[in-house]
Design a protein around this ligand. Sequence first.
Ligand SMILES: *Cc1c(COP(=O)(O)O)cnc(C)c1O
Length: 357
Amino acid sequence: MREYERNIRKVEPYVPGEQPQNKVIKLNTNENPYPPSPKVAKALAEMDTDRLRLYPDPACTALTEALADFYHVNPDQVFVGVGSDDVLSMCFLTFFNSKKPIFFPDITYSFYKVWAELYRIPYECQKLDGDFRLVKEDYYKENGGVIFPNPNAPTAIYEELDAVEDIIRANQDVIVIVDEAYVDFAGRSAIELVGRYENLIVVQTFSKARSMAGMRIGYAIASPRLIRYLNDAKYSFNSYTMNQAALICGVEAVKDREYFEEGIHKIVMTREWAKGRFEKLGFRFLESNANFIFATHPEYDAGELFEALKENGIYVRYWGSERIEQYLRITIGTREEMETLFGFLEKYVGRRKTGQC
Ligand SMILES: *Cc1c(COP(=O)(O)O)cnc(C)c1O
């Protein structure tokens, strides 16, 4: 070890799903298979590039106001960032400064652990139960803050708002973050609780239901007091997080509620149809309320199936980690992409059964 290395911040980074540059069926990072609203394409085509000479609006006023309008909150209750990863990371930095451990589930979005390590925040994972459900009572113990996704990732399980509220209510001396990356495919959002709980932050993203993972937009909705703290942290870091194109396109996407709702409907319909197909092939999966399915097959090894899929140009996500080593997370693609997936799986399952392999 070199001497200077003693004073380097060493972190084990988050490992994102692969982004292959060749054409594959991409069901590995929960992106939306449909393009964003046509209003986004129009706004991009008509964008005044002369405006790029100037710094963008640091307050992100137009986007903040559009989101406030959409969710019926005040603009001072909205914070936007470069994807929800940026927003969540800023939340960890701003709100999790206790010596007591923050709590999150043992099986969840793996970035939480990475940020906790990066910012040197003590943490304690709370075990999901045998059915991969959140045990709300585990979060009633003393802690330095709470974060969990709803629906959870990669399980796809949505907890009803009553259970979410119980956790928030039991933790009013700390900040509770509900990461709702997939809530649009599921049910009621905790945004409706923000007016009642000053300690609650709801984080959402444009990357999934709004089809704009490439634009990097995320946001938090909370009490004006917490949003002020977030902005103070942001302005101590980088005032111009959101680029001009993202601000313009974000506004257009939010305004097109009809396109947004139709897109969600299409994916939910495909998901429900896909559940039947998975069942027929003998897969077992957790009840999904997201745009992906977390599935296992009692007869086939998940790691081998993952490799076989990949060789055939179908990318899904596989971790091989404790408790989920036999599970694959499969994003809901278009109906055609899913047909290709099931075509392959039928051959895979059939071939193995007749011992032709
Ligand atoms: C996708 C995802 C995010 C991050 O999304 P961004 O693209 O950074 O907005 C955050 N949390 C969960 C649980 C996710 O699945």
